[in-house]
Design a protein around this ligand. Structure first.
Ligand SMILES: NC(=O)c1ccc[n+]([C@@H]2O[C@H](COP(=O)([O-])OP(=O)(O)OC[C@H]3O[C@@H](n4cnc5c(N)ncnc54)[C@H](OP(=O)(O)O)[C@@H]3O)[C@@H](O)[C@H]2O)c1
Length: 304
């Protein structure tokens, strides 16, 4: 597994990261299976794990902490979020410094860490990123709650606002074949010295052909979420079906090779609940995107 520097944080991360979120944290997905994936990821050399207190209806972060218990974690970059929590059956957003401080303390406890290597503000508004607010976060850093600070948003205005703050070290953005406009955003972030992490690098699986019949619970869950929240991406993904079914590279590897080829990107954080899929993704590390495939991706992106 290749590693890359994460901007100017001084951290190095495996270029494939593991997303502890989504169905991985769902109660219908067994604790043992979830742990098995994390342990396999560690054995394959992944050093970057991303989670959040609001992920998987509040269950993912604690599950990641339990999965990592007893494993050597000092060289891992465990990234979590602040500014959201799951409460009363829904995700609640609170970007106040007091809520963030309480959230960081809870995350430390759930993850079993003395200090959080990396924390992303989870979807702040651009206007919330004031010098006062960022200065307050700096005080929390000095208190020893976290080492590096980032912003996770899929809104380019928010990311651009974050770039103006020297105290913000990293950004996490959705970077995948369906989002060619992110190439410029990643370049701006890298030029500002920020580490860039790509979330949703597989476009949530929307480029792959989908079976509509005889789905198990997990795939029905993925499909229901896509129909509820991501219909535009499902439609756009059809233009990229050609990624799949090649002999030389799998669809997931092609998607990851594209994302990892975006200048400035330090790592692609994949979500998976299948060991075979994890191994397939890991094999994308160091893989060059075949030039004919790169040209077809560019042509499909130009149709947008
Ligand atoms: N989505 C967001 O809104 C968001 C926001 C911020 C950060 N992130 C971070 O980004 C991470 C990844 O995002 P994501 O899980 O939403 O999307 P993703 O990684 O782009 O796609 C996940 C989907 O791809 C499938 N998959 C994984 N590996 C595969 C393979 N080798 N072949 C075929 N299918 C494969 C997974 O199904 P299986 O379970 O069957 O493998 C799942 O359905 C998150 O875990 C989180 O840490 C996401």
């Amino acid at each position: 597994m290749l590693t890359r520097p994460l901007g100017r944080t001084g951290l190095k991360v495996s270029e494939i990261g593991f997303g502890a979120a989504s169905f991985w944290g769902h109660p219908a997905f067994s604790e043992a299976e979830a742990h098995r994936l994390v342990h396999r990821a560690l054995d394959l050399g992944l050093t970057l794990f991303d989670t959040g207190p609001a992920y998987s209806r509040g269950r993912a972060e604690g599950r990641l902490g339990r999965a990592l218990a007893g494993r050597e974690a000092s060289s891992l970059v465990i990234a979590t979020k602040a500014g959201t929590r799951f409460e009363g059956g829904r995700v609640r957003r609170d970007m106040s410094l007091s809520a963030i401080e309480a959230s960081l303390e809870e995350s430390l406890r759930r993850l079993g860490l003395d200090v959080l290597p990396l924390v992303h503000l989870h979807g702040p508004a651009a206007e919330e990123l004031t010098p006062d607010f960022v200065g307050g976060l700096e005080r929390l850093r000095r208190r020893g709650l976290f080492q590096s600070l980032g912003v996770n948003s899929f809104n380019p205005e928010v990311i651009d606002a974050a770039l103006a703050h020297p105290q913000i070290d990293t950004v996490m953005v959705d970077i995948n074949v369906l989002r060619p406009a992110r190439v410029g955003l990643a370049a701006r972030a890298a030029a500002a010295g920020k580490g860039v992490l790509a979330g949703m690098p597989l476009a949530m699986g929307h480029t792959a052909p989908r079976a509509w019949r005889n789905l198990g619970f997990r795939d029905a869950w993925y499909l229901a979420r896509a129909l509820k929240n991501h219909r535009a991406d499902m439609a756009a993904g059809r233009r990229f079906r050609f990624l799949h079914g090649r002999a030389d590279i799998t669809g997931a590897q092609a998607a990851l090779a594209w994302t990892l080829g975006v200048p400035g990107v330090s790592a692609a954080i994949v979500g998976t609940t299948r060991v075979g899929h994890l191994e397939d993704c890991v094999a994308a590390s160091g893989l060059a995107l075949p030039s004919d495939l790169a040209a077809r991706i560019a042509a499909a992106q130009a149709q947008d």
